[in-house]
Ligand binder design. Structure first.
Ligand code: DQA
Length: 146
């Protein structure tokens, strides 16, 4: 059966392309989505690509993913560093989870060095630019035997 990957994006990632391009690059979130859709076809997986600025919405989506998605790629953005609620929701998800950061959070301010989500993630990709989403999808496809 076709595997489905849920790709979640947290706050301010809707402004990708105009937001601090020296840190996050010039691609928009729609550009990233298009690249993910292209790779999904190549890998033979389905994707559901979403973004929200709201913590509770992200928690709801992770909860909905139980029994519906096979794996999750998540860039929790600023909630990476603050959200026990997203960590708890991911802990209840049955499949593999890959955490993605466009920038290398370990090379930046000290408050970005800790991630609550990493306590649940099966893999973490940081500092590979938006290509990190594609790397995460490939890893999930491999883990899921897609
Ligand atoms: C980010 C890194 C976070 O520290 C930051 O708050 C973001 C984006 C990244 O993709 O590099 O919004 O997750």
């Amino acid at each position: 059966m076709t595997k489905t990957l849920l790709i979640l994006n947290g706050p301010n990632l809707n402004l990708l392309g105009t937001r601090e391009p020296d840190v996050y690059g010039h691609e928009t979130l729609d550009d990233v989505k298009a690249r993910c859709l292209g790779l999904a076809t190549e890998l033979g997986v389905g994707i559901d690509f979403r973004q929200s600025n709201h913590e509770g919405q992200l928690v709801d989506w992770v909860q909905e993913a139980r029994g519906m998605a096979d794996g999750i790629v998540i860039n929790p953005a600023a909630y990476t560093h603050t959200s026990v609620a997203i960590l708890d929701a991911l802990t209840m998800f049955q499949g593999p989870v890959i955490e993605v950061h466009i920038s290398n959070i370990h090379k930046r301010e000290a408050f970005r060095h800790h991630s609550f989500v990493s306590g649940r993630a099966d893999g973490v990709i940081a500092g590979c630019g938006t290509e990190g989403y594609l790397l995460a999808m490939r890893r999930l496809a491999s883990l899921l035997g897609a």
